[in-house]
Design a protein around this ligand. Structure first.
Ligand SMILES: NC(=O)c1ccc[n+]([C@@H]2O[C@H](COP(=O)([O-])OP(=O)(O)OC[C@H]3O[C@@H](n4cnc5c(N)ncnc54)[C@H](OP(=O)(O)O)[C@@H]3O)[C@@H](O)[C@H]2O)c1
Length: 289
């Protein structure tokens, strides 16, 4: 697969897994469109990436993707950029930005942070960039997690308003990634789109040290030391972006297909799709029956 001049959007590109994915994509000739939370972190990441890959093409867009309107604004800026520089084509979208919270926090719309960022932000961005992805017969990747396997959807209290359990809210958001990838394959495989969930394993990043309480911060500071470098899972993202024929499986870990939860099924995927559309005020094509 010739990567030259193929554009890829990576969210959460300023640190951890997203940053390593950007670096690997640049080394392999992709044009990278990074998305981050703050101007400062985007500028710092962009500078480091260009120092490492002086020939690489990278541009950053930033905003707090917890908030729905910010995601729409970023998407609109990316669409304009793709129009001007990439022939209205997007080869891959990597929905990777994510957070961990230890207390109940909400977006401007009143949506719980982990649900809003880990699921809805990628949901909106995918919708807004879909025509560009379809033109390129593109791939859509979600950073999920093995923790999705220990969770069922809480349909009666999706955002944990009645008693917040941060760990369950996180696991559910990673199950949402799998369910949405499942829906995208159902709806758009015949248009050449392929969607995947990636389990990066335990990775040594600072996710549990950002905007979390003292205890989570301390526990994660110890736990992360047992994690692999983000350069390890980045190889799986590259493989999924470069495979000549898009793999048929839904879920990947360490370059190979992996088993996923039986909760990842059509009934749950359809239900999540309908609720998310309503929450975001957008509409995907009707899933095939
Ligand atoms: N680390 C692991 O062991 C592990 C395991 C399974 C799955 N994951 C998943 O991997 C993904 C990446 O996490 P990571 O471990 O690489 O952590 P990380 O280093 O903290 O990366 C998270 C990225 O998302 C960005 N981000 C955070 N809040 C944002 C917001 N409100 N708006 C826009 N961007 C925002 C961060 O930007 P700032 O730094 O500027 O906030 C950063 O670029 C997440 O989806 C996570 O759930 C991680």
């Amino acid at each position: 697969m010739q990567a030259k001049s193929k554009s890829v959007v990576v969210t959460g590109a300023t640190s951890g897994i997203g940053y390593s994915v950007c670096e690997l994509l640049l080394q392999n000739g992709f044009k990278v469109i990074g998305v981050g939370r703050s101007k400062e972190n985007c500028e710092a990441a962009g500078k480091r990436l260009i120092e490492k890959c002086p020939e690489g093409e990278i541009v950053f867009f930033y905003g707090d993707m917890v908030h729905r309107q910010e995601v729409f604004r970023i998407a609109s800026d990316i669409r304009q950029h793709l129009h001007e520089s990439s022939n209205d084509e997007l080869y891959a979208l990597i929905n990777n930005a994510g957070c961990v919270r230890s207390k109940y926090m909400t977006s401007n719309e009143g949506y719980e942070h982990q649900f809003a960022l880990n699921h809805l932000a990628g949901f909106i961005l995918t919708h807004e960039l879909l025509p560009f992805l379809i033109r390129a017969k593109g791939r859509i990747l979600f950073t999920s997690s093995a923790s999705h396997k220990m969770m069922r959807m809480r349909w009666k209290d999706l955002m944990f308003e009645k008693g917040y359990n941060p760990l369950l809210a996180y696991k559910q958001s990673k199950l949402c990634n799998m369910l949405f990838a499942y829906s995208l394959n159902e709806m758009y495989r015949d248009k050449g789109i392929a969607a995947y969930g990636v389990d990066p394993g335990l990775v040594n990043t600072s996710i549990g040290n950002k905007n979390t309480g003292l205890i989570v911060d301390l526990v994660w500071s110890i736990r992360r030391r047992f994690g692999v470098s983000p350069d390890e899972p980045a190889k799986t993202y590259l493989m999924l972006c470069t495979a000549d024929t898009p793999p048929k499986e839904l879920y990947f870990k360490s370059l190979k297909p992996a088993r996923y939860s039986s909760q990842v099924n059509k009934e749950n995927a359809d239900r999540l799709l309908a609720i998310s559309e309503q929450l975001c005020n957008i509409r995907f094509g009707c899933p095939k029956s």
